[in-house]
Design a protein around this ligand. Structure first.
Ligand code: NAP
Length: 298
């Protein structure tokens, strides 16, 4: 639900319709954050949750870093990022935006393992759980740093990790996934379409309105390389399977993956994306071939 909170082209009425449709289709996890429009995305999710109190929904949100620096840097003092009182205050702010009494999954929006041994964040996490404000707590690890969270997982306080994992970004499968499997930690695979490239809808002329962050992700140079890589996937598409479906099925193939959270601003996208949840596996040869399309970035 990042797009709903801040990308250009979002419309709250369309978001409301999309959320209602997703709930009706059985979509069961919704990932927002205070930072997605400073509560805008959370308010939309809260409205939808309250309108469907009996739907099997996991409401997931995130604590922003107190210093508001994305991504985290190892030399940021943890006391400036996640002191216990900030974790509590931010959770209360999110509960207000959501209009709910409890958050199913609260997550750190940034992380650096330089902070793993700090007692402050541990106290904060214990407090929000013990006060019944939060049922589970997770870490959203920085893009392209899937192992930068492993030390924090050893605390035993972390129930889930959210990590970039898709046909291009496969590094999470090296160390993080086996660790999570061994320790019963949920894996939320985020950015399944590489922010849009793995939907096959981008072209060399793709540009976004000024201020849209995708201009800095798909710089002209990176866009060119990305499109060439997307093109090389075409021969691997099984008959009648569009690229977005292949992208989602590749992610869901991995046994460590608990769920994946594609951007969900449009009803048509949700309609297409939930179809990949039918449990049907891809041919083994396709999965093996896709592994060769891994793209190591930093
Ligand atoms: N640090 C963090 O914790 C963090 C960072 C990034 C993302 N996330 C979470 O992960 C979620 C997903 O990532 P994302 O939204 O950034 O990227 P994404 O899911 O990889 O890609 C989103 C893009 O794919 C398009 N799309 C979705 N389904 C489609 C379909 N079936 N066919 C064609 N296009 C489709 C969307 O279109 P529209 O533009 O039309 O909507 C959007 O442009 C976020 O919404 C957020 O909840 C978390």
């Amino acid at each position: 639900m990042w797009g709903m909170g801040g990308w250009t082209g979002s419309d709250d009425d369309e978001s409301r319709q999309t959320l209602a449709y997703a709930i009706a289709r059985g979509c069961s996890i919704f990932d927002t954050a205070w930072a997605y429009g400073e509560g805008r995305s959370e308010r939309l999710l809260g409205e939808a949750r309250r309108a469907h109190p009996h739907a099997p929904m996991v409401v997931a949100t995130k604590v922003p870093p107190r210093n508001r620096r994305w991504p985290a840097r190892p030399d940021d003092a943890v006391a400036d990022v996640y002191p216990a009182d900030h974790i509590l205050a931010s959770t209360e702010a999110s509960l207000t935006n959501l209009g709910l009494d409890v958050i199913d999954l609260q997550q750190f929006h940034v992380w650096s393992d330089a902070w793993a041994m700090d007692e402050g964040w541990r106290r904060g996490v214990r407090a929000v759980k013990e006060q019944g404000l939060v049922k589970a707590f997770g870490i959203s690890v920085n893009r392209w740093e899937p192992t930068n969270g492993l030390r924090a997982l050893e605390s035993g306080l972390i129930d889930s990790v959210q990590v970039v994992y898709n046909i291009f970004d496969q590094a999470a499968a090296d160390e993080l996934f086996p660790y999570c499997q061994a320790h019963d930690i949920a894996v939320i695979a985020r950015v399944p379409f590489d922010e849009g490239s793995l939907t096959g809808t981008l072209t060399a002329d793709s540009r976004w309105p000024e201020g849209d962050w995708r201009n800095s992700y798909f710089t002209p140079e990176r866009l060119g390389e990305t499109l060439a890589r997307v093109e090389r996937l075409q021969p691997l598409l099984p008959e009648d399977m569009p690229l977005p479906e292949l992208a989602l099925r590749f992610i869901l193939e991995h046994p460590a993956v608990t769920t994946t959270i594609p951007g969900m601003r449009r009803v048509a996208h949700v309609a297409a994306n939930v179809e990949a949840s039918d449990g049907q596996p891809l041919p083994v040869r396709t999965v093996d071939a896709l592994k060769a399309h891994r793209w190591n970035r930093s």
